[in-house]
Write a protein that binds this ligand. Structure first.
Ligand SMILES: *[C@@H]1O[C@H](CO)[C@@H](O)[C@H](O)[C@H]1NC(C)=O
Ligand SMILES: *[C@@H]1O[C@H](CO)[C@@H](O)[C@H](O)[C@H]1NC(C)=O
Ligand SMILES: *[C@@H]1O[C@H](CO)[C@@H](O)[C@H](O)[C@H]1NC(C)=O
Ligand SMILES: *[C@@H]1O[C@H](CO)[C@@H](O)[C@H](O)[C@H]1NC(C)=O
Ligand SMILES: CC(=O)N[C@H]1CO[C@H](CO)[C@@H](O)[C@@H]1O
Length: 512
């Protein structure tokens, strides 16, 4: 009886092991889009310990006012990117008062407050904390985007519950910036406000008013950083996408860079989340938004570039046991692939630490699978995006960029099927596969296969070429080494796996 059962199980497993041959065609002649040199970005947020949703409080001490900035893993994890782009901001940024300068009398810690935005009172950033934050940023070489409080000086409109009216008062931001300059801290860019555009989340500001305030911010930045070579960029505003709002804003502000808020919105407690993050048809729904954004940039602000300012996949702090586990990589790496294809410059993942969607475990600081996905993208995928297409199963996603610091190209292959292995051949659009491979005869391919430990999609341990990625004894990020494979055989992409492949010999004039 037992033998029979085992036999049956084996049979049913075997019947699920299908192999499909797919040719991915890469156009190496011209790039279709470009990202910033530092496309991968992660956020640090302000949430206090008592930020709770769905009867859990997943931020713990990971908010910026409580975070252990001396943690060795944290600093090693940031250092590994050389540099990591970090965006400091989030929902509470528009309630933070900077304790600097003469104007500030009341400056208190966040408190739960029913009538406050997002259920909290105003909060306070003391300059000794700002010193500590900048100490970490300096030590790790991070590139910092700082999100300023854009509601300072405004009032709630009497007629519309979420609309805030009046000019932004730049004084507190100016004082912070003056202090920052006097200390020699480097801020790469300033962003004005968090999700206040279009219909807003808890509060909103009109496009015309916002454009005016951005011009004011630019003037303050210029005044305090007279040397153009060290002048921070001005970004803004991040928030939900609305065609009319953004085109009005761009036309009125002449803005160079701008952001987009949380993009693909799942409810954090959605029991279907785990299925959605691995459903290619669901994931593709966002493509139109990326395209609309890149069209708006083309039509209304060809001098500007779009960023994804904050995206955690699932709002209200992410999906428990989904957003921090292997399965989330299907969504995350697919987002990086798709947004760069549509010419986005930067993609900020909510969050580096904190909530259920963090790259680092909120309590142990140990990197989650998406941390390594982000790091590999950053190290392997260059800024020039190439067209990569195939006509196989939609469960195989393929993206290709020029390699970052090497000749040739790097492919990202994501297999969202739990039953099919894809045998992938790569064709050069100009120079069909057998020839291309022949002329690079003897070349080896560098492959990085990512799978979850024990095949458990909800594992927080990532295997690279079958070996768990674990911190070293000195709490450093382990080295990420490829497997060298003979380039004449197809790339084997197992079910439920993610593969980066570098082809050094691939003839791609766009990458020269
Ligand atoms: C860190 O600060 C020191 C002292 O101001 C400075 O010399 C150094 O260049 C900074 N490092 C980075 C990576 O910004
Ligand atoms: C700017 O900072 C310097 C040095 O900390 C200080 O002396 C000065 O008063 C500040 N200026 C303004 C306009 O706040
Ligand atoms: C941190 O890791 C532990 C051990 O894997 C896990 O139980 C816990 O849920 C993780 N915490 C968060 C906030 O992800
Ligand atoms: C594969 O996915 C399908 C659809 O999500 C599911 O019904 C099936 O049980 C899964 N099979 C395995 C072996 O996990
Ligand atoms: C053709 C194929 O591989 N189909 C599978 C794709 O993945 C989904 C979800 O894992 C399966 O349900 C299909 O059978």
């Amino acid at each position: 009886m037992l033998t029979k059962l085992v036999f049956l199980v084996i049979l049913s497993l075997a019947s699920q092991c299908l192999t499909e041959e797919v040719t991915v065609s890469v156009k190496g002649v011209t790039s279709i889009a470009n990202t910033d040199d530092n496309f991968v970005c992660a956020t640090l947020d302000w949430w206090p310990v008592n930020k709770c949703d769905y009867n859990q409080c997943p931020w713990g001490k990971a908010g910026l006012l409580n975070l252990d900035l001396k943690n060795k893993i944290l600093s090693n994890a940031v250092k590994a990117f050389k540099p990591l782009r970090i965006r400091i901001g989030g929902s509470l940024q528009d309630q933070i008062i900077y304790k600097v300068g003469k104007g500030v009398k009341h400056c208190r810690h966040f408190k739960r407050r029913k009538e406050g935005l997002f259920g909290f009172s105003k909060g306070c950033l003391h300059m000794d904390r700002w010193d500590q934050i900048n100490g970490l940023m300096n030590e790790t070489g991070a590139m910092v985007t700082f999100g300023l409080n854009a509601l300072y000086g405004r009032k709630k409109s009497k007629s519309d519950d979420t609309l805030w009216v009046g000019n932004w008062n730049a004084q507190n931001a100016r004082d912070l910036m003056n202090y920052t300059v006097s200390k020699g801290y480097k801020i790469e860019s300033y962003e004005l406000g968090n999700e206040l555009c279009a219909s807003g989340v808890s509060a909103k500001v009109t496009a015309e008013q916002y454009a005016k305030d951005i011009v004011e911010l630019k003037n303050v930045v210029k005044e305090l950083h007279p040397d153009p070579s060290s002048q921070p960029k001005v970004l803004g505003p991040a928030g939900f996408f609305d065609k009319k709002w953004f085109s009005t804003f761009l036309e009125n502000s002449g803005q160079d860079y701008w952001c987009n808020g949380n993009l693909l919105l799942y409810e954090g407690n959605d029991p279907g989340l785990i299925d959605k993050v691995q459903d290619p048809f669901y994931l593709s729904q966002i493509a139109q938004t990326f395209k609309d954004i890149s069209d708006i940039v083309k039509n209304f602000g060809p001098w500007s570039g779009a960023w994804v300012g904050e995206s955690g996949g699932a709002y209200n702090s992410g999906g428990k046991d989904v957003s921090r586990t292997f399965v989330n990589g299907f969504w995350y790496l697919d987002q990086l692939g798709m947004s760069s294809t549509f010419n986005h410059k930067v993609y900020c993942r909510q969050a580096l630490i904190g909530g259920n969607y963090a790259l680092l475990n909120t309590t142990t600081f140990i990197p989650n699978p998406d941390y390594y996905g982000a790091l590999m993208w950053h190290r392997l995928m260059g800024k020039n995006v190439l067209s990569a297409t195939h006509n196989g199963s939609p469960y195989l996603r393929a993206y290709s960029h020029c390699s970052r610091d090497k000749p040739g190209i790097t492919l990202l292959l994501i297999n969202m099927s739990n039953s099919t292995t894809f045998d992938v051949s790569v064709a050069n659009d100009e120079n069909l596969y057998p020839d291309n491979m022949k002329c690079n005869g003897g070349m080896q391919r560098e492959e990085y296969h990512l799978t979850p430990e024990c095949g458990n999609l909800q594992s927080d341990v990532l295997l690279l070429n079958g070996t768990p990625l674990k911190l070293t004894e000195s709490l450093d990020i382990p080295s990420i080494n490829p497997e060298l494979v003979d380039a004449s055989s197809p790339i084997k992409v197992s079910p439920d796996s993610i593969v980066f492949v570098t082809l050094r010999g691939f003839n791609a004039p766009a990458c020269a």
